[in-house]
Design a protein around this ligand. Structure first.
Ligand code: MLC
Ligand code: AMP
Length: 504
């Protein structure tokens, strides 16, 4: 027996003294030392009685120990459930309860507010802080530095990542060992990663991009990472000379381009810049090439599928496209009403199938059946077309989704809070263009007859229940919402009306 994910990404580095993590304070952590600390955490999870298949919910700042927790889950056969550090207690309670997490790991600052949630769930609670201190590392330190890897199959769950839905209820995407490993291996091959690479890692590690694409590719190739707590422009510019590759959301690249220190000389040695998680404007792609001589490699993925397509490493990286299906991934464009495959050139919904595609939504068989076809094709909710040279263009979304700075926001979740406020008849939340975040959130309120809604109080209510990045940047009040003859709110009309609201 074996454990494909652990063996394929971590076990291959047993005894490897090469650097894995280069920290901003100058410390370097080798693969060997990293594996020793993750084995200590794996031992601790066994000691406290966690069993393979149990979920570990972690809302922790980015740190080597947080990454070691992920590795420990792989080695002990546990299911890793990383959570955005911006989530409020309301949001966290749902994820913890829905997943039935057996262990919650959080920053000491959140310990008090989560104790009740943990008790209700019957879960154990440990702390891990940004500086690597906390009860989890304290307990782990006393544990042995090696751990007998738990046998798992490729179809066993490795991670549960929550993604919001159009109904406002988040769904846990079940990712298997094979999903993660196959995708990392495909990307290493396609993007030419080797042990000589140094990846500048400024992404959060609670989402697919920073945790799986960036980290798993580094692990699979035996490269090292400049591991930054977050995207800090000064720190990124200071660190680029020591990197060979960088991965980011489009906001990273527009922020770099806005800085005069970001020059051709600074990045002349770089091998690769990758962008994803949100559309990269063709204009940004061209501006980047003019400034640096590098063509950003844009790829397309999702929480449910990892990466689906990529522009070529060797070959034309075409601005405004996301390239071709990755090895083993099948791609088709279908008619949203009939599900029939459309000829190349026509716009339809993007469907994908392959070893990268998740197993379904945690304990939500109806939602799984609605999006994951019996033949294995997943309906992404994105709209696209394949051009005459085979490049995929994403032209829109068939789902009511806003992507702000690479974070997904489902309007329904915000509308539910706004609709609940006194004096509000109804609301519509839309995404409008924003120079820094790509899109940002605008709330449109319709008051009840004769009511004058207090928008400040509404924002206060939103602040109490939803993560900061989901907050509307502005609330506007209208007498009524535009509707079609079927009575459906026409968000496209609202989007057109307010598209210049945050124009830079
Ligand atoms: C932070 N804020 C955001 C925000 N990030 N608001 C909207 N959208 C965001 N993305 C809030 C802050 O809390 C702050 O609030 C204010 O906005 C300004 O903050 P900032 O200092 O400008 O933001 P910063 O901390 O620099 O963060 C911006 C960012 C970050 C772009 C660097 O959001 C980021 O790292 N995004 C990456 C997201 C990501 O990894 N996505 C991958 C998903 S996986 P205030 O009130 O304090 O002013 C996926 C699959 C795939 O999609 O294909 O990869
Ligand atoms: P998430 O649910 O956070 O995994 O976000 C996945 C969504 O991000 C996809 O369904 C797309 O809508 C979007 N996305 C990811 N990469 C790209 C890209 N390169 N271009 C356009 N949209 C993208």
């Amino acid at each position: 027996m074996a454990n494909p994910l652990y063996d394929g990404l971590f076990g291959i580095h047993a005894g490897n003294v090469a650097p894995f993590l280069q920290l901003t304070d100058g410390r370097v952590i080798s693969y060997r030392d990293f594996l020793a600390s993750s084995a200590q955490i794996a031992n601790l999870t066994a000691e406290i009685g966690l069993n393979p298949g149990d979920r570990i919910a972690a809302q922790v700042e980015k740190s080597p120990q947080a990454l070691a927790l992920y590795a420990a889950c792989a080695q002990a056969g546990l299911v890793f459930l990383p959570l955005n550090t911006a989530y409020t207690v309301d949001e966290l309670s749902y994820f913890i309860e829905n997943s039935g997490a057996a262990l919650i790991v959080c920053d000491a600052r959140s310990e008090k507010s989560l104790t009740h949630v943990a008790q209700q769930q019957g879960a154990r609670l440990e702390t891990l802080n940004a500086d690597g201190t906390g009860t989890l590392p304290d307990l782990a330190r006393a544990m042995p530095e090696s751990f007998a890897t738990v046998d798992r199959g490729g179809d066993d769950l490795a991670a549960l990542l929550y993604t919001s839905g159009t109904t406002g209820r988040s769904k846990g995407a079940m990712l298997t060992q094979t999903n993660l490993l196959s995708n990392a291996q495909a990307l290493v091959g396609k993007w030419g990663f080797t042990a000589d690479d140094v990846l500048l890692h400024a992404l959060p590690i609670f989402h697919t991009h920073g945790l799986f694409v960036a980290t798993n590719v580094t692990l699979a190739a035996g490269s090292s990472m400049i591991f930054m707590p977050k995207f800090d422009l000064d720190q990124v510019i200071a660190s680029l000379p020591g990197a060979t590759a960088m991965m980011g959301v489009p906001t990273f690249y527009t922020r770099l381009l806005d800085d005069p220190r970001f020059t051709r000389e600074l990045v002349s040695h770089m091998r690769l810049f990758v962008s994803g998680s949100a559309p990269l404007l063709a204009e940004t792609h061209l501006q980047f090439e003019q400034r640096t001589g590098h063509r950003i490699l844009e790829r397309y993925g999702m929480t449910e599928t990892n990466m689906n397509t990529s522009n070529p490493y060797d070959g034309e990286r075409r601005a405004g496209t996301v390239g071709f299906a990755l090895p083993g991934v099948e791609l088709k464009i279908t008619n949203p009403d009939t599900g029939e495959t459309l000829p190349d050139g026509e716009v339809g919904q993007i469907e994908v199938r392959g070893p990268n595609v998740f197993k379904g939504y945690w304990q939500m068989p109806e939602k799984t059946a609605a999006e994951l076809r019996e033949d294995g094709f997943f309906i992404t909710g994105d709209l696209g077309r394949i051009d005459e040279d085979g490049y995929l263009h994403i032209v829109g979304r068939n789902k009511d989704l806003i992507i702000s700075g690479g974070y997904n926001i489902y309007p329904k979740e915000i509308e539910l809070v706004l609709d609940d406020q006194p004096g509000v008849l109804e609301s519509a939340v839309i995404g409008v263009p924003h120079p820094d975040f790509g899109e940002t959130v605008l709330g449109v309120i319709v008051p009840e007859n004769g009511a004058t809604p207090d928008t400040d109080a509404m924002m206060e209510a939103v602040r109490g229940s939803l993560a900061r990045f989901k907050h509307p940047r502005k609330l506007v009040v209208l007498d009524e919402l535009p509707r079609n003859t079927m009575g459906k709110v026409q968000k496209n009309i609202l989007r057109a009306q307010y598209q210049k609201m945050f124009a830079g």
